[in-house]
Write a protein that binds this ligand. Structure first.
Ligand SMILES: [Zn+2]
Length: 327
């Protein structure tokens, strides 16, 4: 992939390419915009263009440097993510240690910091100096959905590049490129990904997660036994954090749809292909039972982010849903 393949972010790409061409690169960038619209993806392509063996404003997508970045194993290009929901001081200390060394093989060291709004105060203070004045040939790209929680001192040192939401048409086009001739699946993925290309691509890749939706809906639809709960959760034991989050989202979306129906809305349902089932189910629940279920699932999502054992959190959630449903 190269800049040329990025959809819907032409403005951001144009600015970055102009800076490559004029050699007027900032030390620190802040990529701001909604989740899943291609911020990290663009950052990686920026790193590719900067390090490509072929000089130019876009990468060749073929040289050893481009391929290494694609496989996330280029020693000079790194993605740093929050650990247990925050960017910690140890992570910044590691960066600073590495910054003292020369570049391994690339032309520019590019450090991409995802969810840059999640620095602990300690980590933010420690990062301040290096972000204000990165070492030569080092570029930081901070990624965030908003600039609200970013320290003003950091903010004042960044060049801000804005990313916009993609239209449903643009998202549909991207999905169709990956899933030709499967109209029902395309609409389902459109609905479940809710404007996030990243999610749409994830659901296309992880077919088993998509298949779990039917299983979840069927289990929510009847009086699930405790044994069935244990069995259901055991099926997910090898799922990672991202996969479990999607499982929880699918459970959440079902109740979200029920809530919409309860409020008399039947447009914009995520599970619109299951409208008959939803209407039937909606009669079984009170407004408050649906609200309680939503709160239970939201709380479980937070527990998982805080590293509570997934098995425990999920079993607990299903038990709660079971008893809440009986009210
Ligand atoms: Zn290349």
């Amino acid at each position: 992939m190269s800049f040329a393949q990025i959809k819907g972010q032409q403005r951001a790409v144009r600015i970055l390419q102009k800076e490559i061409a004029s050699l007027s690169l900032a030390g620190t960038y802040l990529f701001i915009g909604p989740a899943g619209v291609g911020k990290t993806f663009t950052a990686l392509n920026f790193a590719k263009a900067l390090n490509c063996k072929r000089e130019g404003i876009d990468s060749c997508d073929k040289c050893s440097s481009c391929l290494k970045i694609d496989h996330l194993n280029h020693p000079d290009v790194q993605i740093i993510k929050p650990e247990k929901d925050s960017l910690k001081i140890e992570q910044i200390r590691n960066l600073k240690r590495e910054a003292a060394y020369k570049l391994y093989e690339g032309k520019k060291r590019v450090w991409i910091i995802e969810e840059a709004n999640k620095f602990t105060l300690e980590a933010a203070n420690s990062a301040l100096k290096i972000i204000e004045e990165p070492p030569p040939d080092t570029i930081f790209i901070l990624i965030s959905e908003t600039k609200r929680e970013i320290l003003p001192t950091i903010l004042s040192r960044c060049e801000i590049i804005r990313f916009s939401s993609l239209s449903s048409e643009q998202i549909r086009e991207i999905i169709i490129n990956h899933l030709p001739q499967n109209l029902s699946k395309i609409s389902l993925i459109m609905n479940l990904s809710r404007g996030s290309v990243k999610k749409a691509l994830f659901l296309i890749k992880e077919e088993n997660i998509l298949k779990e939706r039917d299983n979840i809906i069927n289990k929510l639809n009847r009086n699930i036994t405790i044994e069935e709960i244990f069995e259901l959760v055991a099926n997910w034991k090898n799922f990672d954090e991202e996969q479990l989050e999607e499982i929880l989202n699918m459970t959440l979306f079902w109740f979200r749809d029920l809530l919409l129906l309860k409020e008399g809305e039947d447009i914009e349902l995520i599970n619109s292909d299951k409208i008959e089932k939803l209407k039937e189910e909606e009669k079984r629940y009170s407004y408050f039972t649906i609200r309680d279920a939503i709160n239970t699932i939201e709380a479980t999502k937070n527990y998982l982010k805080r590293n509570v054992k997934p098995k425990l959190a999920l079993e607990n959630m299903w038990l709660k849903l079971k008893y809440q449903n009986l009210q």
